[in-house]
Write a protein of this length. Sequence first.
Length: 342
Amino acid sequence: MTPVAATPAQRGTPSVLELPGATADLRERLGAGLAAVNALIEERVDHDDPFIAEAGAHLTAAGGKRFRPLLTLLAAEVTQGINEQVVAAAAGVELTHLASLYHDDVMDEADVRRGAPSANAAYGNSTAILVGDLLFGTASDIVADLGPDAVKIQAQTFIRLCSGQIRDDRPCPAGTDPVEYYLGVLADKTGVLIATAARYGAMFSGGDEETIETMREFGERLGMAFQLADDLIDIESDADETGKTPGTDLREGKRTLPVLHVLASSDPTDAHLQALLTGDLSDDDRLAEALTLLRAHPAMDRAREHTYAVARRAQDVLTALPDSDAKDALNALATGVVTRVG
């Protein structure tokens, strides 16, 4: 196993095609599989109405890491390899993810996504919401061809994803541990779709029930680590590195793990930062001050160590699998998602 370590940070989420452990043969198969996924996405997002086709392809055209479909393809390589059903499942997962981004940007009032104008900035909130719905429908249409089990999994995934987003938009209920609440939100809003990506890959490549469950659990833990790292990146990085506006979570009043650690502090020297974090951060100067103070706070190191620990727990799940190039690449992927900077 390749343990998570504080290696030099990568600029973006690492592609499986670039990871240590991905041999030339594995990269070739994954590259061909990803090309097939992209072709299917482009085909299914296209529309007779030019405006709908343009809006639907807006985020696809802006690029993206294709992290989830790559995970589906790699999970398939753990078993009997990539086939047409695996490609379709990977496309369905990615379209579900893209649909959620259209809605996210409306909720976040984001101006930038992947270094380009967000869909809501380009087309307005109403169109962005409706195009997100259209992509959810397209994803479901693709998954429906994979059989009733796939449809059930897609529906259950969508329920958890939406419930996580709803809870993410609301304060932690009184009497509930804020950290546990936050981690539960992450499991639903991010972990579940990445779990489904890995689960589909093993499922549609002929894996047995034990392997399918192993990949599902790995994916959920990997998804948690991915989102924890994303929350740190929102604080640490700038727009040139991420293609997103830094401090978006702070401006919205979202209490991510570093913020929760600061707010739980009884150190008097943290009082000013606590006041900033619980106050109105719509002012650019106040937001910039909060970001500066938070970046230098020990809470960031504490949150980073928790993120690494979750990634290590994802790697631990893989010990049940026989050794293979795909397993090595999965281990490296878990390291890569938490050492990236964008």
